[in-house]
Design a protein around this ligand. Structure first.
Ligand code: FMN
Length: 199
C-alpha cells in the first residue's frame, strides 16, 4: 500500500486566517481552499485585489462562494483588524498569487490592506503562504521568491501532482489545496499521504 490515511490524530486549534485573492489564474484554488476551511471552527477573513474580480468572473461560472460567517474586507480600507500587528492573526494565504502582488509584498509597498496584511505577517513572524501561478519564471520572479523566503514566507506554487491519479479538475486542484491546508495546520482528507512501498 503506497498511501496512508490523510488524517492525523491530533488536536487542532481554531485559527484566524486571512485568505487573499489576486488576479492570477486559478480562482478555483481559492474556492477549494474556502470549501475546506470549516467556518464554524476558524475565523475567516477574505480580501480581493482589484484584478481578482476580473479573473473570478472569467473562471468561476457561479462566482466565489464564501463560507457562512466569512468577513469580507475592502481593499482600500486600513480599518481591517489584520492591518495592525497588534491584532494577532495566525496565518495569511495569498491564493492564487500574481507575480505583481508577490513582487509588491517582496518590496514591502503596503499600499492597500492586502499588501499591508502580508507585510504585517512577515514583521510579526506569522505564517504567510503564497501560492503563485506563473510560467515560465523570469529572474525578477525568482529574486522576489528569494527575498520572500529570506523574510520568512512559504512559497507554495500552484503545481499540482498526478501520482494520486486525479480524475477531475477539482481533484487536480485539491493536490495543491491539500498542501496549503497541511501548512496551515488544518486537517484535510483531500489527498492520501504518500507512504512509499513496503520494504
Ligand atoms: C484571465 C487572466 C489571467 C491572469 N493570469 C495570471 C497569472 O496566472 N499569473 C500572474 O502573475 N498574472 C496573471 N494575470 C495578470 C494579472 O491579473 C495582472 O498582472 C494584475 O496586474 C495583477 O494584479 P494584482 O496582483 O493586484 O491582482 C492574469 C490576468 C487575467 C485577466
Amino acid at each position: 500500500m503506497k498511501f496512508a490515511s490523510p488524517y492525523c490524530a491530533r488536536n487542532f486549534a481554531a485559527l484566524k486566517i486571512i485568505v487573499a485573492i489576486t488576479g492570477a489564474s486559478g480562482a478555483i484554488y481559492t474556492q477549494r481552499l474556502l470549501d475546506n476551511l470549516p467556518p464554524a471552527q476558524h475565523e475567516l477573513h477574505v480580501v480581493l485585489s482589484n484584478y481578482a474580480h476580473a479573473v473570478i468572473a472569467e473562471e468561476l461560472a457561479d462566482g466565489l462562494r464564501l463560507p457562512p460567517g466569512t468577513k469580507m474586507h475592502s481593499l482600500k480600507s486600513m480599518n481591517a483588524p489584520f492591518a495592525s500587528g497588534s491584532n494577532a492573526f495566525d496565518a495569511m494565504v495569498v491564493i492564487p498569487c500574481s507575480m505583481g502582488t508577490l513582487g509588491r509584498i517582496a518590496h514591502g509597498t503596503s499600499e492597500d490592506v492586502l499588501l499591508r496584511a502580508a507585510d504585517v505577517m512577515l514583521k510579526e513572524r506569522r505564517k504567510l503562504i503564497l501560492v503563485p501561478r506563473e510560467t515560465p519564471l523570469n529572474l525578477v520572479h525568482v529574486k522576489n521568491f528569494e527575498l520572500l523566503l529570506q523574510a520568512g514566507a512559504t512559497i507554495l506554487p500552484a503545481n499540482p501532482c498526478f501520482y494520486t491519479n486525479p480524475k477531475t479538475i477539482e481533484q487536480v486542484v485539491d493536490t495543491v489545496v491539500a498542501r496549503v491546508l497541511d501548512h496551515l495546520g488544518v486537517p484535510q482528507k483531500l489527498m492520501p499521504r504518500w507512504q512509499g512501498e513496503q520494504e
